[in-house]
Write a protein that binds this ligand. Structure first.
Ligand code: ATP
Ligand code: MG
Length: 213
């Protein structure tokens, strides 16, 4: 059983949930450079990937299970996946933000939007009868309106501190985000007996987290 996990924040938080579910890598992943991490339980291994690569691995059956952000799953829907469980970790919001006091830009017929989430941004503005002229960026979105590249950004925020530090403010929320478990549809059928107990253990680990918090 191979579990693909989005590296970085999701990985760190997922390891805590996994630990409560009795799934633990033999070596400390923060110290190891290995991309395949065998677990203490025979037959389970973790593979560490970029967020957007997780659905690809799982959909094509190179991993049976995966953990990735709902933002990734929404922006690039991949057929061949079930999404049975919300881990409730890596919580944040996908928002439209821009310079303080600049919210009126949302009412313009055409809005220049810098984002990694081109599809979700277009859908959001289209639903409000506006056209998003999207500018695809891969990082430091906050810079775009400051540099005059765009009117606003669509990006993830957790605390809003980075926005605040750059003189930006949230204008609207597109959706709430957290990390989800995805399962390969073929494996769901063919390896039901192995996958169901793991999902049950993860579900229980999520519920215990809720009680502790
Ligand atoms: P990199 O930053 O290494 O270029 P990346 O941007 O793909 O890669 P992360 O920034 O670690 O990766 O984000 C991965 C996932 O973590 C996101 O898809 C999202 O689900 C979640 N995430 C990102 N930013 C936040 C945040 N501020 N708060 C909570 N979760 C977040
Ligand atoms: Mg990032």
């Amino acid at each position: 059983m191979r579990i693909a996990v989005s590296k970085g924040r999701i990985m760190r938080e997922a390891l805590e949930v996994f630990a409560r579910a009795g799934i633990a890598p033999k070596e400390d992943p923060s110290k190891s450079r290995q991309l395949i991490l065998p677990c203490t339980e025979e037959g389970i291994e973790l593979v560490v990937l970029r967020a957007a690569d997780v659905p690809t691995y799982v959909a094509l059956g190179a991993a049976e299970l995966g953990v990735t952000g709902r933002d990734v799953l929404m922006e690039t829907p991949v057929p061949g996946l079930y999404e049975p469980l919300d881990l409730g970790i890596a919580r944040c919001r996908l928002i439209v933000a821009g310079p303080k006091g600049g919210e009126a830009c949302l009412e313009q017929p055409r809005v220049r939007v810098a984002t990694k989430y081109v599809r979700l941004a277009r859908e959001f503005f289209a639903a409000r009868g506006r056209q998003a002229v999207t500018i695809k960026l891969y990082g430091s979105m906050e810079l775009a309106p400051l540099a005059g590249l765009s009117d606003c950004i669509v990006d993830l925020v957790e605390t809003g501190r980075t926005l605040e530090a750059n003189g930006l403010e949230p204008y609207a929320t597109l959706t709430e985000i957290s990390a989800r478990v995805v399962v390969n549809k073929g494996a769901w059928k063919m390896r039901h007996d192995q996958i169901m107990p793991i999902l049950a253990r993860l579900q229980e680990a999520v519920e215990t987290a809720g009680i502790e918090a």
